[in-house]
Ligand binder design. Sequence first.
Ligand SMILES: N[C@@H](CCC(=O)N[C@@H](CS)C(=O)NCC(=O)O)C(=O)O
Length: 167
Amino acid sequence: MAEQPKLLGALRSPFVYRVIWALKLKAIPYEFIEEDLTNKSPLLLKYNPVHKKVPVFLHGDKPVCESMIIVEYIDEVWPQNPLLPKDPYERAQARFWVKFAEDKGTPVLWRMFSSKGEELEKTKKETQEMLQTVEEHGIGEKKFFGGESIGIADIAFGICCLRVGNH
Ligand SMILES: N[C@@H](CCC(=O)N[C@@H](CS)C(=O)NCC(=O)O)C(=O)O
């Protein structure tokens, strides 16, 4: 039997949940290794020497870093319950919203959670505008970004809800 993949993570890291969700949606058994980010393990430093951050996905002894790159990798290796559409144009659209989540969605929301006073009013407004953009142009009348089933853009944005849930 092939060795289970391993996920180096920390359950307080929102980025790690993207990988957990992808693995769960595809019903892939894996081993979770909890990292102490205040005292990083030799395993983390070995497998993510560039950023030294979680998540790191270990497939055999091959490490993959960066949450959304890991999600795409998992989708390519385990094609059941696909997270990216087959159609090239729809794939481009899904990647557009993943990039939007990375560049704009999560940074705007998290700035709001850590701001106070006047800055909070400004970041609240930015967050409302960002969410309105997602509603109008990303999801529209659909259930998920890609239509009727959860896809890669939903996974990218999902951590916004996690953050909300933590506050
Ligand atoms: N862009 C990365 C971000 C990962 C990240 O920021 N991970 C944090 C935990 S939330 C981390 O490992 N921080 C440790 C550090 O900065 O030293 C991804 O999407 O995987």
